[in-house]
Design a protein around this ligand. Sequence first.
Ligand code: PBG
Ligand code: ZN
Length: 327
Amino acid sequence: MEISSCLQGGYHKPLSRQWQNQGKSLQKSMFMYPIFITDDPDASVEIKSLPNQRRWGINRLQEFLAPLVEKGLKSVILFGVPLNMKKDYRGSAADDINTPVILAIKKLKQLFPELYIACDVCLCEYTDHGHCGLLREDGSIYSHESAQRVGEVALAYAQAGADCVAPSDMMDGRILQMKRKLIDNGFGNRVLVMAYSAKFSTNLYGPFREAAGSAPSFGDRKCYQLPPNARGLARRAVQRDLNEGADIVMVKPSLPYLDVISDTAQIASDYPVACYVVSGEFAMLHAGAKAGIYDLKSIAFETHESFLRAGANIFLSYFTPEFLDWL
Ligand code: PBG
Ligand code: ZN
C-alpha cells in the first residue's frame, strides 16, 4: 500500500474524528427556532403533521420558552397564525397592532430581553387568497406594490421591537424596499434583514401550510418560488438580494439543496448563510425514525452537519429544542 493511501489512522479515535471537521462544529447559537403564534392568547394546540410542534398563544409563551432559554436557546423566528382575524386582499392583519406576531414580539422582549427575535415577513397567512403578494384581477402578481406592502409590514415588526425581519414572500425588489424603509425610519443600524433568497417551490412545505393556515386558495406559488432545477436562478437571487442590502441570505429547503447552500456560501462569502430545514424535511426525518430506518438523534446530527459542511452557519430548524439537549 502507498503511504498516502492510508487515511484511517487519521480518524481512528472519537477525538481524531472530531478533528476532521475543519473547524466547524454545531453550536447552540447556530439554531433559530421557528414558532407559530396564534390569535387565541391561551392556545397550546398540537399540529398533527409537525411532530412535537404547537400553535401557541401569547399567554403561553413563558411556559413554552422559559425552559428552552434556560437550556441555551438564543433565537426564534415568529410566524403568525391568525385564525379569527379578518383576511383581505392586502393582508391588513399582518401589521395590525393586535396581530399575534406584534403582541408576541413585545411579550418576548419583556420575558426574555436577551432572546434574539426574528420575524418571518409574508402576506400569505393574512390574505383572503392565501398568496404571498398582492394580486391583479387576473390572478397575476403586482410586483412593486407587493414589495412595498411587505416593506411596510417589516417596518411594523421593527417598530414593535424585532431584531431581524425575514421576508419569505419572494417578491422581486422586496429587500430594497424593506431596507430603504428601515433606514429611513431610523432602524437601519438596529434591525437586520435575513432574505429568504434561494427559496424553492417544493413538495416539502405541506405541514407548514397546515400549521399556518396559509395554503393558496387557488393556483400555486410557482411564479414566485424558484423551480427545483434552477441552480443558476438561485445564484442570481442570492447575488440580487446581497446587492439590495440583505444582511443574511437563506436557502430553503435544505436537504435537497446542498449544492445551493454551497454556491450561496461561495457567493456570500463575507456574510452569514442560513438554511431552513423545512416542515416536510422535519416530518420526513421523524417518519423515517418511526419506521425504524434510523435513529432520530443520529440522523439529526448527520443532516445538520451536512448543512454546516456545505457552508451554512444558521439553521432554522424544528429540531432546535432537541439540539439544546444534545449539544
Ligand atoms: C410562507 C412560508 C412558507 C414557509 C415559510 N414561510 C410556506 C410557503 O412558502 O408556502 C415554509 C416553512 C416550512 O415548511 O417549515 N411564506
Ligand atoms: Zn407567504
